[in-house]
Write a protein that binds this ligand. Structure first.
Ligand SMILES: [Fe+2]
Ligand SMILES: [Fe+2]
Length: 483
């Protein structure tokens, strides 16, 4: 079966890449499949593998109507290989190869670099499933539980997407890397996942929502820049992944938004005006706004670290070679080679944060991070609208990029959320005001009681405005059969 926009479900592995005609890759993937299922059963959503979940499955890559909703047991989800349609005349759109025909095979000289990009992206996908595997048990509603599982199965599919590229284009090393993706474990001391934020724990649902807002958004930015790649199969894979990724960020943004809404409504009802009267607010069974700010601070800064060093020769090489572009590369108006261009990078100069011009080529990571911060800021403003509407005087804000960093220019300094460099002792004194403390975590944990009755929601989160697939409020999104 040739490449089409419809998905071929006749093979064990649904696909629109003509796997039936590609027996070598089909066999390789079929051999990898049992290991994947084994990983899913041991590291996927704990306790819900036999439940029926109302999930969307991709049945076509047509932008309209690619999803079909139905009850599925997660281990039976049809993880497939779906690439966005091929554009016949597509070119390499940036770097030294700009104007050449886009590559359908891996250019030999860039093999190692491309493999690295695919493996690093691939490693994040199963990592988040591992991080979120305990959350089903404390789901604040069936609606939220479904959303969690939808995100989980799609991250699993993203792993498949990267493994397909490895198996098809990278021969023996590709096979080994595909195995490695099933071996590493989030937070494991010996075999951790490759990137820091993906080894942190996701202890509660507010963390999950913040993670999908901030960290999946890093994923979006990475996929956007890989979607620009001159290596066409990578570009097409990432383009389809982005359609799924949008839902993950929706889950995060509306999840936090609904928690904010519940808090503001409870404060109003109780006549509490001071958002900093934390004890009074917490007694209402909702999460106080200052604690939400701390959670946002944590997840935003962990996600900033994922962009790597502000100034990076690796990033310059990826760009020069046409492998990884900038956000919305083809819509930018410049030479797309950045021969003489500069870009302002925030740096620490004599203990002060300053903007310093660097060659734009080496500042590619910084630029992508700036685009990311702008994207985050818009979402935060939508949260602020929710607070504003309630009349409560409080604003959520993104902390300065120098705050709480472990990678890049600010890794070795302590800074306040407003970006002022401070001493270690000052940091130690203040840090519990800026990042979630043990007591904050304990309080949030105390709210994480399951709420699995149809149409009901835990005290700390409000109901969504509309259901998934336009279902009514009391729709049974998950039929729970606990193993
Ligand atoms: Fe993903
Ligand atoms: Fe995601």
């Amino acid at each position: 079966m040739p490449e089409t926009s419809n998905v071929d479900y006749s093979t064990k592995i649904p696909n629109n890449v003509g796997l039936l005609d590609d027996q070598r890759v089909l066999k390789a993937l079929e051999q990898w499949h049992p290991g994947y299922i084994d990983w899913w059963m041991t590291m996927g959503p704990e306790g819900f593998q036999t439940s029926d979940v109302y999930l969307r499955t991709a049945v076509s890559i047509d932008p309209k109507g690619w999803a079909k909703f139905d009850y599925v047991k997660m281990p039976e989800y049809r993880w497939g290989i779906l690439l966005a349609p091929r554009q016949e005349d597509r070119q390499v759109n940036f770097g030294t190869h700009k104007g050449e025909k886009a590559w359908q095979e891996v250019p030999g000289e860039y093999r190692a670099m491309l493999r690295r990009l695919v493996v690093v992206q691939g490693d994040t996908e199963p990592a988040s499933v591992e991080q979120q595997r305990h959350l089903g048990k404390t789901a604040p509603s069936l609606y939220d539980m479904r959303n969690l599982f939808q995100v989980n199965v799609e991250e699993g599919r993203h792993l498949w997407a990267m493994v397909y590229l490895l198996q098809k284009y990278f021969g023996k090393d590709g096979r080994e890397e595909a195995e490695g993706l099933l071996q590493r474990r989030s937070g494991d001391a010996d075999k951790p996942r490759m990137l820091g934020a993906f080894n942190e724990s996701t202890p509660d649902w507010l963390s999950f929502f913040m993670f999908t807002f901030f960290t999946d958004r890093d994923g979006k930015m990475q996929l956007e820049s890989l979607a620009q790649s001159g290596f066409d199969p990578l570009s097409r894979t990432c383009r389809f992944m982005l359609t799924e990724e949008a839902h993950h960020m929706f889950v995060g943004e509306t999840g936090v938004g609904r928690a904010i809404e519940a808090t503001c409504a409870a404060m109003k009802a109780a006549g509490i005006e001071d958002p900093y009267d934390i004890n009074a607010v917490r007694k209402l069974g909702v999460i106080d706004l200052p604690t939400m700010q701390k959670k946002a601070n944590l997840h935003f800064t962990l996600s900033l670290d994922l962009f790597g060093s502000e100034v990076s020769t690796n990033a310059a090489n990826y760009f020069n070679c046409g492998l990884k572009g900038r956000y919305q590369e083809t819509r930018l108006e410049d030479d797309h080679q950045l021969t003489n261009a500069t870009y302002a990078v925030s740096k620490l100069v004599d203990g002060k944060v300053k903007m310093v011009d660097e060659p734009a080529l080496t500042a590619i990571n910084m630029r992508l991070r700036d685009d990311y911060v702008a994207d985050c800021a818009k979402g935060v403003e939508r949260w602020n609208k929710v607070i504003e509407k309630s009349g409560i005087k409080f604003r959520l804000e993104l902390p300065h990029v120098a705050f709480h960093r472990h990678i890049g220019e600010f890794a070795n300094v302590k800074a306040s959320p407003s970006g002022v460099a401070i001493s270690e002792s000052e940091w130690a004194k203040q840090k519990d005001q800026w990042l979630p403390s043990k007591a904050d975590g304990d309080f949030i944990a105390s709210l994480m009681a399951p709420c699995w009755e149809r149409g009901k929601f835990a005290s700390w989160i409000s109901a969504p405005k509309v259901g998934i697939d336009n279902k009514a409020g009391d729709f049974e999104y998950v039929k729970i059969h606990q193993a």
